[in-house]
Design a binder for this molecule. Structure first.
Ligand SMILES: Cc1cc2nc3c(=O)[nH]c(=O)nc-3n(C[C@H](O)[C@H](O)[C@H](O)COP(=O)(O)OP(=O)(O)OC[C@H]3O[C@@H](n4cnc5c(N)ncnc54)[C@H](O)[C@@H]3O)c2cc1C
Length: 326
């Protein structure tokens, strides 16, 4: 198949690609038979980061290293990638679903005049054509997407695709293309770092705890964070909790919040409204704790406890602590 599959690098802004890139590169390699290249826009790439991309299976890294690429500006990134794609004709352009790439790849698809499969959860090749799968109607239906022309642009939901194995010693060719960098139309005003909870990031975590209106108030999230620290989980929330001002919006799971797909989802005091399920129903194992046996979340839960979360959460924390200390 002519034309490489490109993966736009999501990095930690410190010069290292995020682990979600192993998933994008792994999937692109499976679909293309290993014809995968990374495109990295950054103000400063690290040697270790470049090595990591090679070890995950990128045969080439298109390194676009310039102060103009940080902080991220959608209009700058999309214009530069569009110019490079017009020159190099990749077959597909993938990126993980992150705040930056959600915007960048939509802009990119519009600039290239091609379709976008946003929030893809599966792909297959049918002959020479890529078919993407994405959830619609709050996850009730899977739609199949094909593109009228390439490059096939798609964003990939984190924690769904099997990550590439890291192959020590495998290296990528580094190419530094010259591109026209447009002037930014947005001015950067201020960067505010969120105070870290010390827990994993919601979108990247393999285990996610979610607290709903049943938490009764912001002060009670500390019991979820204690549990999170013991089992290495991120702590998210339902919209009811976010709207009540108990948690910042970045922690909201659901249709108008984050879409997550962890290996394990634990919901406490969450009723399971369709808009919440839209953001977590593809979790591998779903555990729900709710004092109402009729709560809709029990319909999709693999394990359920009918009980008071204020008794169940501390009991789970104690038991997990004992188990993990063994
Ligand atoms: C356009 C639109 C977009 C939306 N987007 C989102 C979204 O992105 N994410 C989202 O989450 N919602 C979203 N919603 C809101 C959604 O419809 C629900 O209102 C919301 O998810 C309810 O949150 P909850 O489950 O925390 O609260 P509730 O529905 O009030 O449920 C609280 C649950 O806690 C249980 N409970 C109470 N006390 C305890 C206790 N001590 N122990 C155990 N259980 C207890 C109760 O039995 C109940 O089931 C959206 C709605 C609309 C209209």
């Amino acid at each position: 198949m002519a034309g490489a599959f490109w993966c736009i690098v999501e990095d930690d802004r410190q010069g290292a690609p995020k682990k979600v890139m192993a998933e994008a590169i792994g999937e692109a390699a499976r679909l293309s038979g290993g014809n995968v290249e990374a495109v990295w826009l950054t103000d400063k790439a690290s040697e270790a980061g470049l090595e990591q991309l090679g070890e995950w299976g990128a045969t080439k890294v298109w390194l676009l290293e310039n102060a103009a690429f940080a902080p991220y500006r959608g209009e700058v990134w999309a214009a530069v990638v569009a110019e490079l794609a017009t020159k190099e004709s990749p077959k597909a352009i993938f990126g993980p679903v992150t705040s930056r790439q959600r915007e960048c790849l939509a802009r990119l698809a519009a600039r290239l005049g091609v379709g976008l499969c946003a929030d893809a959860v599966g792909f297959k090749m049918e002959g020479d054509t890529l078919v993407g799968m994405r959830p619609v109607y709050a996850g009730k239906i899977m739609s199949k997407v094909t593109w009228a022309k390439s490059p096939w642009v798609a964003t990939l939901r984190p924690n769904v695709f099997r990550p590439a194995d890291s192959q020590a010693g495998k290296t990528a060719q580094i190419e530094r293309p010259s591109v026209t960098i447009p002037a930014a139309t947005l001015a950067f005003v201020e960067r505010r770092e969120e105070t870290s909870t010390g827990l994993p990031e919601l979108a990247e975590a393999e285990t996610v705890i979610s607290g709903g209106r049943g938490m009764k108030g912001p002060e009670n999230y500390v019991i979820l964070e204690d549990l999170g620290r013991v089992i290495g989980a991120a702590v998210g929330a339902s919209r009811a909790a976010v709207d009540a001002g108990w948690r910042p919006h970045r922690f909201q799971i659901g249709q108008t919040g984050r879409t997550i797909s962890p290996k394990l989802y634990l919901g406490f005091g969450v009723s399971g409204a369709i808009q919440h399920l839209a953001g977590m129903r593809t979790s591998k194992v779903i555990v729900a704790v709710n004092k109402d046996p009729e709560a809709p979340i029990f319909k999709i839960a693999d394990y359920g406890i009918v009980g008071d979360l204020f008794e169940v959460v501390p009991a789970l924390t104690t038991e997990f602590k004992k188990l993990l200390e063994k």
